[in-house]
Design a protein around this ligand. Structure first.
Ligand code: LLP
Length: 419
């Protein structure tokens, strides 16, 4: 996290002191570094530059319009999973033909909208979805480019809630019945079958599952070609892990080598859908201590961010490093704390038994590597306003999503006249 480092004892995002942002915007607030996001994107793109690769950034990781615009300017396409994400991609300036639509539950309305705006590819995940898309496209006199997502039954060796490539998971079609499905799709009107898609999970630390899945896909390409079905594109999904703690995140060059070795000789154009690898380490969540609280057996730091702002620790037992914004605190006494939010459930815990400086009320702290699956998963739980987001570039910074006001939050509800 070079873009988030101490300068003269104060944690900065690039050249901006986080304390300045906290003073003006308040906490909690997400802060993103444009330089970090750009560097991650370039690293990803450069490693794959010798292959015919398109990078469709997975919006689900962070769909702030400013973040998408930043990536659009670098040439990224988008992987979207809802009409909302599709609208965000378009609004941020990603050309429709660079957009891939994934997801197990696309509705007819969503598919019709995607056809109307002319997206590049649908990643179809089931037999019934094939029929519906065929019918809608035919009705509109259009042809939809499709990939069929296969489920290779590979264990991604990651958290069970973010593993997607086992047979029992809801994603894709079983690779063992894939030939039949491709053959049927090839005969359906309104569809142009050109690609196989695969995505086996997120936050993969080992490259072996990627190798297993991509090799299985390569085998399917050969079998389909033998059966007269031409496949000239592959969509290899996202999933590359990042460093949250001590895990060795796989480096880009080794990931690219796995791709080259498994599918490099097929002559297919490749699409990738990275999310976390692009934005994860490009953001932090800035929060303030409300209270330091102690019992006979435990010490707590109660902070003003809650599980509604950053749900990853609560939902996936995820680890986020925590740093004091004022480095001097690190030189002082330390103690072992549970870091918890203000929400009324025990799951609202960011860290257990974490050794930290003895911070006190109003002290600022940063949750590292919160750029992916942070703000996008925020909610109004406990009627807390949606957390704001700030984007920094060099010494410039802007609020790229303002904090929701209480009035806005309450205005969404209606009390019926009959009540
Ligand atoms: N493509 C597809 C079809 C996906 O389902 C996903 C993520 C991606 C690409 C991007 O994966 P990435 O490169 O970011 O690993 N909320 C969870 C992660 C959920 C990932 C869902 N799918 C978390 O906070 O860890």
């Amino acid at each position: 996290m070079n873009e988030f480092s101490y300068r003269n004892g104060h944690l900065h995002a690039e050249s901006v002191a986080l304390a300045d942002i906290a003073r003006e915007v308040g906490t909690p607030v997400y802060v993103y570094s444009a330089a970090a996001i750009e560097a991650n994107y370039r690293r990803f793109a450069d490693a794959l530059s010798d292959m015919q690769a398109s990078i469709c950034y997975a919006l689900k990781a962070n769909s702030n319009l400013a973040v998408i615009r930043l990536l659009a300017e670098l040439g990224a396409g988008a992987d979207v999973v809802s009409e909302g994400e599709l609208r965000r991609a378009l609004a941020a300036g990603i050309p429709a033909e660079k957009i891939v639509f994934s997801g197990v539950g696309k509705t007819e309305t969503e598919m019709a909208f995607a056809l109307d705006v002319g997206i590049g590819q649908f990643n179809v995940e089931s037999d019934p979805e094939l029929d519906i898309l065929s019918a809608i496209a035919t009705n509109k006199g259009q042809t939809a480019n499709i990939a069929i997502r296969v489920n290779p039954d590979v264990d991604a060796l990651t958290h069970k809630k973010i593993s997607t490539g086992r047979r029992e998971n809801k994603f894709g079609i079983d690779i063992s019945s894939a030939e039949d499905v491709f053959a049927r799709a090839a005969l359906l009107p309104g569809l142009q079958v050109r690609s196989i898609a695969v995505h086996i999970g997120s936050q993969l630390i080992s490259l072996d599952p990627f190798a297993a899945a991509f090799t299985a896909v390569a085998g399917l390409v050969q079998r389909l070609r033998a059966a007269g079905i031409e496949i000239d594109h592959l969509d290899l999904g996202g999933g590359l892990g990042i460093v949250y703690r001590a895990e060795e995140a796989p480096d880009m060059a080794s990931y690219a080598a796995v791709v080259r070795e498994s599918v490099g000789n097929l002559g297919c154009k490749l699409t990738f859908e990275p999310g976390r690898a692009i934005v994860g380490r490009g953001g932090i969540l800035l929060s303030s201590v409300i209270y330091r609280k102690e019992s006979d057996t435990r010490k707590w730091l109660v902070v003003d961010a809650g599980m509604n702002d950053l749900i990853r620790p609560s939902l996936y037992e995820a680890f986020h490093a925590i740093r004091p914004v004022n480095e001097a605190a690190s030189g002082g006494t330390h103690a072992v704390f549970d870091v918890v939010g203000p929400i009324c459930e025990t799951g609202d815990t960011f860290a257990l038994d974490r050794e930290l400086p003895v911070l006190g009320p109003k002290d600022l702290l940063a949750f590292d590597s919160a750029g992916a699956y942070g703000a996008v998963m925020a909610s109004n739980y406990n009627s807390r306003p949606i957390v704001p987001e700030v984007l920094v570039r060099d010494d410039k910074w802007s609020v790229v999503r303002r904090r929701q006001t209480y009035d806005e939050m309450l205005a969404q509800d209606d009390i019926p006249a009959w009540l």
